[in-house]
Write a protein that binds this ligand. Sequence first.
Ligand code: DQA
Length: 150
Amino acid sequence: MTSAYVLNGPNLNLLGTREPEIYGEKTLADVERSCLDVANELGWALQFRQTNREGELVDWIQEAGRAQSAGEAVGVVLNAAAYTHTSVALQDAIVGSGARVIELHISNVHRRESFRHHSYVSPVAAGIIIGFGVAGYPLALRALAALDAS
Ligand code: DQA
């Protein structure tokens, strides 16, 4: 069965209690459930993960790229959180692994502090979903399906 990866970076384990005026009141478990509904509808297995460690995200992107090359994965929805704005290693992992990545942010980062306006992920992402709250996650899975069909 084809897998879709949804990879979440630092502090996203705090969703629901972390700055709810910015990120909303839904928890990461709620987000996982909404992704599972769409994955089931699309006939995909779901790899839904969160880590506070940059290297673990690198490992997972490489894993997704290998699975994609083997025809076993459709790609990655990546909310790299703060590492988006700092991590050359994530950009290198995406390019080096060949993983198809949809970059996602819950908040509209372009309405926020200027340090959030730069992304190391954007130049190597297949597409970007920003500012739709946690509703962006199922949208991003549908975007992966659209790319896969095109
Ligand atoms: C975020 C935006 C980032 O700037 C921030 O560091 C996060 C979450 C978002 O989903 O809006 O942790 O990626």
